[in-house]
Design a protein around this ligand. Sequence first.
Ligand SMILES: [Zn+2]
Length: 253
Amino acid sequence: MLTFLRRHALLKHPFPAAWLAVLRRLPWYARLDPDLQRRLQGRIQIFLAEKTFEGCGGLDVTDAMRVTVAAQACRLELHHDPSHFPHCSTVYLYPDAFVSPVTQVLPGGVMAQVPTARIGESWHRGGVVLAWSAVEASTWAEWTGRNVVLHEFAHQLDSGSGAVDGAPLLRNRAAYARWAQVVSGALTRLRAHLAWGEAPIDPYAAQSPAEFFAVTTELYFEAPQLLHAFDPALHQLLEDYYGAFPEAGAQAA
Ligand SMILES: [Zn+2]
């Protein structure tokens, strides 16, 4: 209840002009209708009040950086009841790719933690790590199908169902059954394509159901035609989950 009242009070604060200037530079913001623009602003106010941003590797985090990250994270929940990403309390920002231990299978089948350069990471509990150079690149270059903020916060939505398993929190068992059916069919087909040396979408999606959800989320917002061409049923599944985005459809015009 306290959280509800606090969030309600936050929404009465005017949206700062400097933050609005950042939003207006986002390529898709102008395509939202005024109601959605206001809704996004409110969600950003809540996001920035509730999450801590921490600069790493000598980065000074500016308000423009915070608003740029928050806007794209909140875009994911613009058309449905927001979770406000409860498992993410801190966003860690590095200037560039950072090194993090990643579990890999070495020759001989040995599992080991190998230091690996990364541009983003999502923790099941605690936070999201992002390389600012990658955030900037994916923010300004539309329709590449890549967006590190959408990718990592899709993992956060995934963890909202209790496990990072490629399925976010859904309404009921029937919705989970449909999700599993559509995703497993699409993932099997992707792996078959890759075995033939074809990559209809980013091969990284084939790593696991969790990466499949994160990568196809990027495509849903940033290259919807490509996703639709790969698998119309999967595109429809994500549209039913995220909501229809007329501002994403502008690519087709
Ligand atoms: Zn990922």
